[in-house]
Design a protein around this ligand. Structure first.
Ligand code: TYM
Length: 331
């Protein structure tokens, strides 16, 4: 990489079928950085096993997530695309950073609280220390920018705190990263309960639009989307369902709130929902066609993940050997 080139890192867990929340909140934004930044996009399988996974499904979803990265426009020649467990430096730095992350800090993480409430029978240590592994992912590459949805903001702040703490003890070691969280797509909401985040682990399939949903399903889901008793398409406080649909429509069409309000002036919610469904299906059609092509070519996916891991490992090693020396490990 060039000396002053900025570095971007982000990751997606292969823990379920990816949603338009993952797409609009994260993956679509990854492509903005490909030309001018050195970019690392990772399929974070180590993170996924903090919740029980069916092994065959985890393996399948790892390929699928990599294929979706490329289908969404990430060219493996311009972006380092790889699988987290293929670069053992993540686990190694994760352990080291566990020793520089406080119990109190981890106890305050809302994702930990939410996930332990949902998985009361499996509140394992990995779920608790998840944020220090995520800090390791980011800090290993001397990352400047981390494009994510708003739900990851607290974890990025923790990564910053850990970097600052380590730098304070040992001198400059890690770049302190910043989140990149564009407001209108930072939290795509459930279609059934628009005060809650759209989530790949939601059991109600009608609440969630998956990136690979075909047009009929997309139209049906938007048709059923929960709105409000008003009938005016307008972005306003308390209109969570409509605000969410406006954000989705905006993200797929590039129209502003004012343009959308004008377009649907005098029309009902029914027309608006159909238009959002059409825009979403059209916006995903290209990604889906490319995905279908890529997922059929396992050899290419494997070659891509191998080349990505080799490249990532080269950069990761540089940081890790610096860290090992600073903490006092014998080489
Ligand atoms: P994950 O797999 O839950 O989600 C992947 C990305 O999608 C974003 N996202 C959303 N954005 C907007 N609206 C939504 N409804 C929505 N749902 C998900 C997430 O914010 C995320 O950016 N901990 C991370 C994975 C991770 C990571 C990292 C990310 C591991 N290491 C290092 C960045 C840097 C996670 O669970 O994402």
């Amino acid at each position: 990489m060039l000396n002053d080139q900025k570095i971007v890192f982000s990751g997606v867990q292969p823990s379920g079928n990816l949603t338009i929340g993952n797409y609009l909140g994260a993956i679509k934004n990854f492509t903005r950085f490909s030309e001018e930044y050195k970019t690392f996009y990772c399929v974070v399988d180590l993170h996924a096993i903090t919740v029980r996974q069916v092994p065959a499904e985890l393996r399948r979803r790892t390929y699928e997530t990599l294929a979706l990265y490329m289908a969404a426009g990430l060219d493996p020649k311009k972006n380092t695309l790889f699988v987290q467990s293929h670069v053992p430096a993540h686990a190694e730095l994760g352990w080291i950073l566990d020793c520089y992350t406080m119990f109190g800090e981890l106890s305050r993480m809302t994702q930990f609280k939410d996930k332990s409430a949902k998985n009361a029978q499996n509140i394992n240590a990995g779920l608790f220390t998840y944020p220090s592994l995520m800090a390791a992912d980011i800090l290993l590459y001397q990352t400047d920018v981390v494009p994510v949805g708003i739900d990851q903001k607290q974890h990025i702040e923790l990564a910053r705190d850990v970097a600052l703490r380590f730098n304070q003890v040992y001198g400059d070691t890690f770049t302190v990263p910043e989140g990149f969280i564009p407001t209108d797509t930072m939290k795509i909401m459930s279609l059934a309960e628009p005060t809650l985040k759209m989530s790949k682990s939601d059991e109600n399939a009608n609440a969630v639009v998956y990136i690979l949903d075909r047009k009929d399903d997309i139209m049906r889901k938007f048709k059923r989307a929960v709105t409000d008793s008003d009938s005016v398409v307008r972005y306003a406080e308390g209109k969570d369902g409509i605000n969410n649909l406006m954000n989705i429509y905006r993200a797929f069409t590039g129209k502003s709130y004012e343009e959308i309000e004008r377009e649907f002036d005098g029309k009902g919610y029914g027309d608006f929902k159909m238009a959002v469904g059409e825009a979403c299906a059209d916006g995903l059609a290209g990604v889906q066609a490319e995905y279908d092509r890529l997922i059929a070519d396992k050899a290419f996916l494997e070659a891509t993940m191998k080349a990505g891991a080799d490249e990532a490992a080269y950069y990761a090693r540089k940081t890790l050997s610096k860290v090992r020396r600073k903490v006092g490990f014998v080489n």
